[in-house]
Write a protein that binds this ligand. Structure first.
Ligand SMILES: [Zn+2]
Length: 441
């Protein structure tokens, strides 16, 4: 990939510098990296004879980053809805997973998720599920960027029988991709109620020595807080603090049960928070106080969660839900503004993953992780304000083109690295197998 390519678009929103919108600009890509962002006329005279991609009435953005998902759970989409979180997990999801989860299930579910995510303008996802080796392989062959969670849970699963197995297999996997440019790994303890204190302490040690993020469901429901107080005499946050896990590597997912004093603690420790509003609303778990967290200066990101509790992996829709919900519960229509919401989908996520130097904005020397959104459609016209059109009007189906590290993953609405028909056919087949299993059970 040594050729120089110009991507010419009606608008470029580079995210950095903050609030900037360029009109009739070109992003210059060389060897998978962004080398310049210039007015199209200047770029065309400086780079004559190079390949150009004319994106017309599109806006070019940094690729969106889904900061919390369980990709293979796309195969459980719609399997058990309208249930509260603990009943959903214990009576529906865990028994089904015990029956069906295998490397084949994970590979097929991951590819289905990756198809959906690329189509939704996503170039990177922060993952946590069993058989992370199969997810890593799926992400790698599709050309996606990902942070793959190494699952740690104190129950026997098809992936690992014990916590020792979780660590051994996880570390072996991370080492096998040690020099990979698009894949990184996190330690992914499931939740405070499925991981004990000695394991939390061990995770903190590994995280510090390996400089790995810790990706964890935290303060998701009132039940979780109550359970922790009863079993440990401490809140989940107090347990994490006591075990050395409150720091800038923690990716704390959900956080619907926060007290004001917790917010101060999280800000002091530079903890990253991943907001998953649609999953929290659907499972009636609670609401993460986004505006208070923003005011405290906490780094906020957005995730879809798995498709079994959302039920899609549509980050634009998630961001809109996050913004509207925050305005509604804070009685403040000014927060978050559209640009702040866009930051949560891009640069804030890159910062949380420790890859801010590589992705999250359109700047020279960063990887060419870019997405083009077609604004020349009824629901986004006229374009009075580009960022407003992206956050409040656009549908994810308006994404037409996607690049990761300069490689095109979607061209004019067609996927380039996946056999979409095969992925969909396999999903249909899994639907039949799971339905048959339910009938037998
Ligand atoms: Zn989750």
């Amino acid at each position: 990939m040594t050729e120089t390519v110009l991507l010419n678009a009606a608008w470029v929103v580079p995210v950095r510098p903050r609030g900037t919108v360029f009109e009739q600009h070109s992003v210059v890509i060389e060897r998978g990296r962004i080398t310049a962002l210039l007015p199209t006329k200047v770029a065309q005279s400086r780079f004559q004879g190079v390949r150009e991609v004319n994106l017309g009435h599109h806006v070019l953005l940094p690729g969106l980053i889904n900061m919390h998902t369980h990709s293979p759970m796309t195969l459980l989409r719609g399997y058990a809805d309208d249930r509260d979180m603990q009943s959903w997990l214990r009576e529906d999801i865990w028994p089904l997973e015990a029956r069906f989860v295998s490397p084949e299930f994970v590979a097929d579910g991951s590819r289905l998720a990756i198809v959906e995510m690329i189509r939704a303008g996503t170039t990177c996802f922060n993952e946590n599920y069993f058989f992370p080796d199969a997810i890593a392989a799926a992400a790698d062959s599709a050309g996606m960027r990902a942070c793959i969670g190494l699952p740690i849970i104190e129950m026997s699963t098809a992936w690992a029988e014990t916590v020792d197995d979780c660590f051994a297999r996880g570390m072996q996997l991370a080492e096998s991709y040690a020099s990979h440019s698009r894949l990184q790994f996190s330690l992914a303890p499931h939740a405070p109620y499925t991981v004990g204190d000695p394991t939390l302490e061990r995770i903190a040690t590994y995280s510090a020595t390996q400089q790995m993020p810790v990706h964890m469901h935290l303060l998701e429901t009132a039940w979780e807080v109550q359970q922790s107080l009863e079993q440990y005499g401490k809140s989940p946050l107090e347990r994490l603090d006591a075990n050395g896990l409150l720091d800038e590597r923690l990716l704390a997912v959900h956080m619907t049960q926060l007290e004001s004093s917790d917010i101060e603690t999280l800000a002091q420790h530079h903890v990253n928070i991943v907001h998953c509003p649609e999953s929290n609303l659907k499972l009636a778990s609670g609401i993460c106080p986004l505006v208070e967290l923003l005011e405290a200066g906490i780094n906020l990101c957005i995730g879809t969660d798995g498709a079994a509790s959302n039920n899609d992996l549509d980050l634009l829709a998630e961001a809109r839900a996050a913004a509207l919900l925050a305005k509604g519960i804070s009685n403040d229509a000014t927060q978050p503004d559209a640009f702040t919401t866009l930051e949560m989908l891009t640069i804030n996520a890159a910062h949380a993953l420790g890859i801010e130097d590589t992705v999250g904005s359109i700047e020279a020397d960063k990887a060419a992780d870019l997405v083009a959104l077609d604004l020349n459609q009824a629901r986004t016209l006229p374009v009075h304000d580009v960022v407003s059109a992206i956050i409040y009007s656009a549908a994810s189906a308006q994404f037409s083109d996607v690049w990761v590290a300069g490689r095109r993953l979607m061209k004019g609405g067609s996927l380039c690295t996946l056999d979409e028909a095969d992925v969909l056919a396999r999903a249909v087949n899994w639907g039949r197998r799971i339905a048959a299993g339910r009938t037998v059970a």
